[in-house]
Structure formats: C-alpha cells, structure tokens
Design a protein around this ligand. Structure first.
Ligand code: GCU
Length: 338
C-alpha cells in the first residue's frame, strides 16, 4: 500500500469514527431528554399569595411528587387565584380541567354539604381537638366522601381559627348587630353571621380588600395570616378574637385525573400530600404569630371577647346547628367527644 492510499484509508476511518461518536452522543442526549420529559404535567390551584403557608405546602408537595416519580409527574403550582376563585376551581376539577388544589372546607361544603359538620361554630375546644378528629377515622372518612363528588381528598391543611375584623370595634353582640359582614361563598357562613344579627355579604376572597375599602361591607372574618397577607388590616383596623370557627382546608385531586394514574402513582401522591400537610402545619404556627405581629405593629386594635360575650355569640349561633347538623347528630356527637 502506498503512503497516499494509507493516508486516505486512515482519514476515512477517523471520519467514520467521528460520525459514529457524534451519532452516539446525540442518541444518548435524545434518550436522556426522553427520560427527563415528564409523562404528566398537572396544574395545582391555590388562591393565596406565593409567600403563604399553604402555597409553600403546595410547592413541597410538587417537589416530593417530582422526586418520587423520577420526574414523571410534574405539578405546576399556580398561586394568587390565577386559575380562578375556589368555587370556579372546584367546578373545573370535577371535569378534570384542573388536577390539584388546596381548598377551604367552607367552599367544598357547598358541593358536599355533609362537610359542614366539620366547621360548625365553636365546635372544637382548640387546635388539638380539631387535629385529633381530622387525623383520626373521622377525618379519613370525610376525605373519602369527596370521591362521590368527582374529587379525591388527599390531606388536611391548617387554617387556624377565624375571627371578626371590622372598621369599628366589635366588643359585644350588640356591636355586630346590623353590620354588613363579608363571608365566603358559603350558605353556612352566611347563616352564622345572620344568627348574630349582622347582614352577610358573599364576596370572593380576592375582592374583600376593596369591598371593605369602598365601604360595601363593615368587616369580614378570617384567620391572622389571611388578614395580614391580603392586607385587610390596612382597611379594617379592629380585630376581635372570638375564634368562632376553625375551618380546615383540603388538598384535593380531580377524580377524572386520579383514575388515569396507576395505583403506585396514586399511592405516591397520597403520601406526598400527607407529608406536605405536616410541613404546612408547622409553617402555619409560625405564620399565625408573625402575621399578628405585623398587624399589631401597624397599630390595629385587638379586642379579646370576654368569656360571657363569647357565650352569647355561641348561644346565638345554635340555630345553625339545628339547620346544618339535623341529619348528622351521631357524627356531631362523635366529633364533640373525640
Ligand atoms: C382563608 C382560606 C382561603 C379562603 C379564604 C376566604 O383565607 O385559606 O382559601 O378563600 O379564607 O375567606 O375566602
């Protein structure tokens, strides 16, 4: 073989080698891309701001699911009610348009009326009592009930206790009589406020600030973190601690979406939801304190309802029990004794 031929053969071999290498690298890259492209991308609706315990819980949930499914399931958390109000989100979930959400039980009870029993006024002696109920068989049964309504309840999130806040002080039952009070889009909440002699106004969460500012309502009721995060404390300067209700919140999945998942993915999702709930509850405790501090530093007036007045509020709300728990006396009794 002359040297020219040898040169041509060697060059051809090198070229072939280079082509083969490039092809191999591309195939690896494609394979990797294929591997890392998620099989499912789901939306998660949250109506609180990005820096809020429930939103952080949602992010934790999404991270855990992504990790434990090796990137096969990606959940995009959309805070700030970007996907709609809670009522709109529930409707969309029933058709599978939105896969996941964190929803206040008050709103869910509009679709699943039996849920109301878990948010009755002055029902729980404190947070420990509520968590005993929700973390026990009763809580599990209520998560299961959602399945008859095209949803799947995954876990319970904390939302503390709700209190009244207003543009003029509420120190006794007489003060709240005749006031216009914003309530969630919930019949039970409206009846509760009517029972106190006030006029309920159902207004979507994102509109509460402007409703108070414009004088459409004289006040509202919610927990410390919502009062602070939504800046309601800027416009309603009196916060009356009466803890009239504890409204837990739920992480839910659309049943239409759930049924498409394998059993092992369902199991992972349930586990991650429960773990994220533990995380949210921890953040909740801290945020309740820091939100109160922010509001107090701004100079609001905090009113502690006296035990006698609290009893009067409680007695006034008895009619709500008669209306909403008539057919659930056994379960009500069980919750009270739990
Ligand atoms: C709480 C709850 C929200 C709900 C709001 C309301 O802040 O976390 O999900 O929308 O109450 O009063 O509407």
């Amino acid at each position: 073989m002359n040297s020219r031929r040898r040169y041509i053969i060697i060059t051809a071999c090198v070229l072939l080698l280079l082509i083969a290498l490039a092809f191999g690298i591309n195939t690896i890259r494609e394979k990797k891309a294929e591997e890392s492209a998620p099989e499912y991308v789901f939306l998660y609706a949250e109506n609180q701001i990005a820096d809020y315990p429930t939103t952080h819980g949602a992010n934790r949930f999404a991270e855990l699911v992504y990790e434990r499914t090796d990137g096969r399931i990606k959940i995009l958390v959309k805070p700030d009610a970007e996907l709609g109000s809670e009522m709109q989100v529930i409707q969309q979930m029933q058709y599978g348009g939105i896969a996941f959400a964190r929803i206040s039980l008050s709103q869910l009870a509009e679709y699943i009326p039996e849920m109301n029993v878990l948010q009755m006024p002055y029902l729980y002696s404190g947070p420990e009592h509520m968590w005993r109920v929700l973390d026990g068989e009763i809580g599990d049964e209520f998560l299961l009930k959602t399945r008859d309504h095209d949803l799947v309840g995954l876990s319970w999130y904390d939302a503390g206790a709700r209190n009244f806040y207003s543009t003029s002080p509420i120190t006794c039952l007489e003060d709240i009589k005749g006031m216009n009070i914003r309530v969630q889009e919930s019949d039970m909440m409206a009846d509760m406020v009517s029972a106190l002699g006030a006029n309920p106004s159902k207004i979507v969460y994102s509109e509460v600030y402007s409703a108070i500012e414009q004088g459409l309502v004289d006040g509202a009721e919610n927990n410390w973190p919502s009062y602070e995060a939504m800046r309601h404390y800027i416009v309603a300067r009196y916060y009356t601690i009466d803890e009239h209700t504890r409204v837990p919140e739920l992480q839910i999945c659309s049943k239409a979406v759930w049924d498409k998942l394998s059993e092992s993915d369902q199991k992972i999702i349930e586990e991650c939801a429960r773990e994220s709930a533990q995380y949210e509850r921890m953040l909740w405790e801290e945020r309740e304190k820091s939100s109160r501090e922010v509001a107090e530093k701004s100079g609001i007036t905090v009113i502690e309802l006296s035990p006698e007045e609290k009893l009067r509020f409680r007695d006034a709300m008895q009619s709500v029990y008669t209306k909403y728990c008539r057919d659930q006396m056994d379960i009500l009794q069980a919750i009270m004794e739990y």
